[in-house]
Design a protein. Sequence first.
Length: 203
Amino acid sequence: MAYNPTVNNVEEPAKAIAFGKFFVYISFILIIPIFIFIGTRNSLIRQKQRIEETASDIDVQLKRRMDMLTKLVDATKQYMQYEKSTLSTITELRSQTSPFKIKDVDRINKAISDQMGRINMLMENYPDLKANNSVIELQTGIKDCEDNIAAARRFYNSEVRDFNGRIKTWPTNVAAGTIHAQTYLYFEAAPADRQDVKIDLGQ
């Protein structure tokens, strides 16, 4: 006769020891915050990269604007030989745009605008410049640079405003501390400098 063990055919509840229950419950409690923490940390890192990329774009446009202005001075210097100080000032400003520091951008950008305004007033005395194709092209290029700087400034400030607010609030500030995050400076022009400088060549 085959072996036929007796089966206790009754309903029994599942049983678990207290330590097992504690381990499972604590795992559920901890795993969600861990995923949230990792996601927040990665989000802050990506936002920092966007801010730094935008700052770099401003740097590129500022240097391009400076180069255009230098060429504009070079194209007009035969008409204003006595204005050597203008070129010297621009050359000095060009050297200050590297390495890039956002806190210096407003000062440098304002100084460039001041020199552009100075050249604009000087060119009023030289009608021949108004028909000079090189000067007209440089004027367009400078205006394009200023538009690009203004657009990049708006995007940069928007990202900085959001980032600065996030790293100051709990629990995001906990993740921010692990990447040594700190607030960024805003790129804000003075009220008098928020308008594009007009170089009127009588077009």
